[in-house]
Ligand binder design. Structure first.
Ligand code: T3D
Length: 263
């Protein structure tokens, strides 16, 4: 069984690369094989111009339970967990953030450890009401990784980030929405439709503009206002040269729906 299913279904979801974590019997925990599947999917997303949005979800009752804890050799005299971060998790998060296309995440069940932070590395996160987010690291004597110590304080503030990381307490999808950790919590039965609808909307959007919005929002975390104003000027200058801008304005003036091509 492939640990990651990747499909671009032009008829049902044009422009949407669906990526499904597919180890349901282990709640889609990360293995080397699953990492390879995600790396291949990212290469496809980066190189295939037919891909205009990614939709990430999990098979079965869980989203992702983080690192597969059975994969490590606990009898080894020295265990170097930094190596796995350096070669697998960190490149994955960096590629997701740098991808100039939107990534929608549909959290269908529990998201724990690196699984929770992988979800937070996506651009817009929806979660089923029955899903939950767990910073499980502390329960096995580790620290948050996969970007968690960066995402959590920025999304929830220091207090909540600290308590989530130090207690490993389960945060319901509803509270995750209330705390600003995710975009929306939806009824379980609606998760697939809602996430597909959003992915489809983004895939039919002005791709260049969406990629630059992503850059502007993420870069703002490290810029002062003056640098951010400069960045907005540069992005607007670039994107204003594109066909989608002309199409957007023409559609507005002609009172019709724009037909964005991503150019
Ligand atoms: O090593 C490195 O590279 C360092 C990097 C670490 C990054 C991390 O992600 S560290 C954190 C790792 N994750 C965890 O510690 C979470 C472990 N899992 C759980 O705490 C629970 O499974 C959940 C709270 C997520 C869900 O609980 P529940 O009761 O709904 O399900 P379950 O029965 O515990 O799990 C179902 C099956 O999945 C079960 O397998 P079995 O017994 O039916 O054959 C369970 O062992 C397996 N499973 C769940 N999580 C993992 C896992 N197997 C391996 N690794 C897992 N992380």
């Amino acid at each position: 069984m492939e640990p990651v299913l990747v499909s671009l279904d032009g008829a049902h979801l044009p422009g949407v690369l669906r990526i499904t974590l597919n180890r349901p019997e282990k709640l889609n925990a990360f293995t080397a094989g699953l990492h390879q599947g995600l790396a291949d999917a990212m290469t496809r997303a980066e190189t295939d111009s037919a891909v205009r949005c990614l939709l990430v979800t999990g098979a079965g009752r869980g989203f992702c339970a983080g690192q597969d804890l059975a994969e490590r050799d606990m009898n080894a005299p020295v265990i170097d967990l930094g190596e796995g971060l350096e070669t697998r998790y960190n490149p994955l998060v960096r590629r997701m953030r740098a991808l100039p296309k939107p990534i929608v995440c549909a959290v269908n069940g529990v998201a724990a450890g690196a699984g929770a932070n992988f979800a937070l590395a996506c651009d817009i996160v929806l979660a089923a009401r029955s899903a939950a987010f767990i910073q499980a690291f502390v329960k096995i004597g580790l620290v948050p990784d996969c970007g968690g110590s960066y995402f959590l304080p920025r999304l929830t503030g220091t207090q909540r980030a600290m308590a989530l990381a130090m207690t490993g307490e389960r945060l319901s999808a509803q509270d995750a929405e209330r705390w600003g950790l995710i975009w929306k919590c939806v009824d379980d039965a609606d998760l697939q439709d809602e996430s597909e609808k959003l992915a489809l909307q983004l895939a039919g959007g002005p791709t260049g503009s969406l990629g630059m919005i992503k850059k502007a929002i993420y870069d703002s975390a490290n810029n002062d206002l003056s640098a951010q104003l400069d960045l907005e000027r540069d992005l607007q200058r670039d994107i204003g040269k594109g066909q989608d801008y002309r199409e957007g304005v023409a559609a507005f003036l002609e009172k019709r729906k724009p037909q964005f091509t991503g150019r």
